[in-house]
Design a binder for this molecule. Structure first.
Ligand code: ATP
Ligand code: MG
Length: 239
């Protein structure tokens, strides 16, 4: 089967030695992969190279077998490769409802279709429904993260890249976000590459875990195996 997302021979660096060296990773359609590893392991660098934010020194990024390496961030997004922006960026001067309608603009033509798609997002994220007239800057961190994820999902991406969505959120909100990702992947075939320090949460919804260390993949195993094997956990995940 052609992977939904593949990076092949990816080498990325800033100055000096590369941060990622000849990295190869494939994510199958509908698969949720947890991207794990210590601080500085290269998780963010991998996501940014995949989405086009950081140009690689070498290697290719493929979406459903098509080479996107030469495309801009915007063109990759148009093809269905989306990264939820860091810092939970939402349009702070717009209301929750306006933010969501913006997310739905291109993929849900017509007002009725947009309204229905936004309504489904409120079903997924109930706290947002109670805040629909609040401005972006009035939201809590968790609400902002839900809005960022809700907006990204409304654009119906093929592959979603997420960089530590759980950062700073209460456990209950993390569980809710993870649950939505799992459900969406199962129901729509969305493919997810999820970089997380919150290893337990990420592995609880992932099909597979991939551990990065010093620019290379050092473990690649079914999530349950990675979470359940004390030797693997201790060696690569530090608990
Ligand atoms: N813009 C940059 N310029 C120079 N070096 C960078 C830059 N961004 C990251 N690095 C370096 O690249 C390495 C990998 O960083 P990266 O942010 O990808 O790690 P990470 O796995 O996401 O870590 P964390 O868990 O802390 O988010 C680190 O050594 C970091 O210092
Ligand atoms: Mg990071």
């Amino acid at each position: 089967m052609t992977p939904a997302l593949a990076v092949d021979g990816l080498t990325v660096g800033y100055a000096g030695a590369p941060v990622l060296d000849d990295l190869r990773l494939e994510v199958a359609p509908g698969e949720v992969v947890a991207l794990l590893g210590a601080n500085g392991a290269g998780k963010t660098t991998l996501l940014r190279a995949a989405s086009g934010l950081t140009p690689p020194r070498a290697g290719r990024v493929l979406l459903d077998g098509a080479d996107l390496t030469a495309l801009s961030v915007e063109d990759r997004a148009r093809r269905g490769l989306a990264q939820v922006p860091e810092g939970r960026s939402v349009v702070t001067e717009l209301t929750v409802d306006e933010n969501l309608h913006l997310g739905a603009l291109w993929c849900h033509p017509g007002r009725a279709a947009r309204r229905a798609a936004v309504a489904r997002t409120y079903d997924l994220f109930e706290p947002l429904a109670r805040r629909r007239t609040s401005l972006g800057h009035q939201l809590s961190g968790g609400e902002r993260q839900m809005l960022a994820l809700g907006r990204a999902l409304l654009a119906r991406p093929r592959v979603l890249l997420l960089d530590e969505p759980s950062l700073g959120l209460a456990p209950r909100v993390v569980a809710q976000l993870m649950g939505v990702l799992r459900t969406t992947a199962r129901e729509t075939g969305l493919t997810v590459l999820l970089a997380e320090q919150n290893v337990t949460s990420a592995l609880s919804i992932a099909d597979r875990g991939v551990v990065l260390s010093l620019g290379a993949v050092v473990a690649d195993a079914p999530a349950a195996e990675l979470a359940g094997d004390p030797t693997l956990r201790h060696a690569y995940l530090g608990f």
